[in-house]
Write a protein that binds this ligand. Sequence first.
Ligand SMILES: N[C@@H](CCC(=O)N[C@@H](CS)C(=O)NCC(=O)O)C(=O)O
Length: 199
Amino acid sequence: MKLYSNPASPFARKCRIILHELDIKTEIVNVNARDDESLRKINPLKKIPALALDDGSVLFDSRVICEYLNHVGNGRFFPGMSIFSVHSGRWKALTLQALADGIMDAAVACRYEQVQPDEKRNLDFINRYRLTISASLDALEKIKFAETPTIGEIASGCALGYLDFRYPDIPWRALHPKLAAWYEGFSQFPSMQSTVPHT
Ligand SMILES: N[C@@H](CCC(=O)N[C@@H](CS)C(=O)NCC(=O)O)C(=O)O
């Protein structure tokens, strides 16, 4: 297996945390997804993460790869469906992942916009992305995080880590004290520590 990744990508970080947690060995290939057109031969969407399997097939995006890794590594990050109750932890975990992925989508897109030359930068887009980030952080503040982390907690940790990395100006801890307290503990896991984003 080969994971196309980048140390700065919060989406690839979700996969790398699961690889670490489940002790799955794979080759990591670092690419610059934004500029590397040849990535399309692997993933037509030209995005990372992408996971090339030994049989020649390729999995994307991070949600699919994480669930696949969880399956091959016998993980417990995706609660199963319950035939007895619709209130299975599965839907909570997947919705939390969707919320955290949404923060990352907005934060990554906002970053792409912010590094545009002045004449191309669209301030309206930037404001919309920032509004999405702030409303989603408000929603995360109300979440009761699971004691045993699911894919929802992993994605939330990656979203907050990305904000610290690219948006040190966003005072999310001061505005969201419960979230900050949760992240303080969660970010100490070795799999979080060994995947802290960098350029
Ligand atoms: N929904 C995708 C999002 C992946 C994504 O946006 N990755 C970024 C890097 S963090 C990327 O590859 N961007 C390249 C581009 O948009 O050109 C996932 O969950 O994997």
